[in-house]
Design a protein around this ligand. Structure first.
Ligand SMILES: *Cc1c(COP(=O)(O)O)cnc(C)c1O
Length: 380
């Protein structure tokens, strides 16, 4: 999507000047870099970024400038992207299913860390990846805490993981473990349960674990009243690792997507109609930048501004909110409390929309064009 040349003071300044009829995503590099520094300072290990959550080159460049030195990549496209935007950074190819041609290309491009959750994929790696490279066995637990279950697609059971870890070491790979507690995981105990299981798997496999990658899943601030306590999670991860591994503690790695990038983008939509005082129609919806809301719930951190930029201050009224397409699925979940004086032409700004928003926009029904603007700050 590329950076625009002008840096705006705030979304309001841009909206008043341009009166955009397409949705606008505002990016604040300063917020992204500050969030990166929060992870780098608080997390007791290597911080890497899960590129899929927002693959914008400017995002990767800003994370790199802030000191992020590793990236979780899932495709050759993402490997090439990181190679361009953050040359020399470590790349962890942690999509556990890959074509042989993709593995070969990744090795050519310098990738030396791969995750695996099945025997057949481990054997593919053995045929194509030089000995000494890291193989992280991905395991899963039936724990909850995330917004939806990441174990439904990937992750070996503890028994299978034990066998894979021992075999990876025998094959001459550097043995590591990895897990993902589920995206938008607000319960620090989910990490604790996984780390305890990782210690059991390691001792049963009889290997010295090189690294433990505790995944992404770090929550973003979606609901006004629940600002996530990232430091509580970081501390829990460090404490439990020291407790269960003792002197043999592996180096820690994390690979947040959402937790790093969500806060640095806000989406401005425009009200096309307020009908019968109950339904609000916006120019963006679930086929565009708001695609994730039906999956993981509403973001109530919104502000509504009139065309001249003033905040609407009417008492909040719950509204049913629709996107612009003719598909009845194009509706935000539940109801959204919006100021009672909201009117056609107003802008509704959703904060915390940097993750899984730009990446999944479609052009369904002819909508989905998104402008990008850079701003110093996203709120007043
Ligand atoms: C998507 C993904 C992440 C990032 O997850 P978030 O919930 O956005 O932090 C990290 N690791 C892997 C392997 C993933 O697939």
């Amino acid at each position: 999507m590329g950076l625009s040349k002008t840096i705006w003071a705030s979304p309001a300044e841009y909206l008043v000047r341009h009166q955009p009829e397409t949705p606008v995503l505002f990016f604040a590099p300063a917020i992204l870099q500050a969030t990166a520094r929060r992870f780098l300072k608080g997390f007791p290990g290597l911080v890497t970024y899960a590129v899929k959550s927002n693959p914008d080159e400017a995002v990767i460049q800003n994370l790199s400038a802030a000191g992020v030195r590793g990236f979780d990549v899932a495709s050759v496209y993402e490997i090439e992207l990181v190679g361009r935007a953050a040359p020399g950074a470590a790349m962890h190819y942690n999509n556990p299913v890959r074509a042989r041609s993709e593995i070969a290309r990744a090795v050519e491009l310098g990738v030396r860390s791969f995750s695996v959750d099945s025997r057949s994929e481990l054997h593919k790696l053995a045929a194509l990846v030089p000995a000494g490279a890291e193989v992280s066995v991905r395991f899963k637990l039936p724990v909850t805490g995330g917004a939806y279950d990441f174990g439904a697609k990937f992750g070996a059971t503890a028994d299978l993981a034990t066998g894979l870890l021992a075999e990876a070491a025998e094959l001459g790979f550097t043995p590591s473990l990895t897990f993902h507690p589920g995206t938008q995981c607000t319960d620090p105990m989910a990490w604790a349960a996984y780390i305890r299981k990782a210690a059991e798997i390691t001792s049963q496999a009889g290997v010295r674990l090189s690294r433990l990658n505790v995944g992404g899943g770090f929550p973003a601030h979606r609901l006004h009243e629940h600002a996530p306590a990232l430091e509580t999670i970081f501390d829990m991860i460090g404490q439990v690792t020291a407790e269960v591994f003792g002197d043999d503690a592996p180096a820690l790695v994390c690979e947040p997507g959402r937790g790093l990038v969500a806060e640095s983008f806000s989406l401005a939509t425009q009200v096309r109609a307020v009908r019968d005082d109950t339904h609000v129609f916006l120019n963006d919806g679930v086929y565009g930048g708001l695609a994730e809301l039906p999956l993981i719930g509403i973001i109530d951190r919104t502000e509504v501004r009139g065309p001249e930029g003033a905040l609407r201050a009417g008492a909040p009224v719950p509204r049913i909110v629709f996107g612009p397409t003719c598909d009845s699925v194009d509706r935000l979940p539940g109801e959204l409390a919006l100021p009672g004086d909201i009117a056609e032409g107003d802008f509704v700004i959703f904060h915390g929309l940097g993750a899984y928003s730009t990446a999944t926009v479609t052009r369904f029904n002819g909508f989905g064009l998104l402008e990008i603007a850079t701003a110093m700050a996203l709120t007043d």
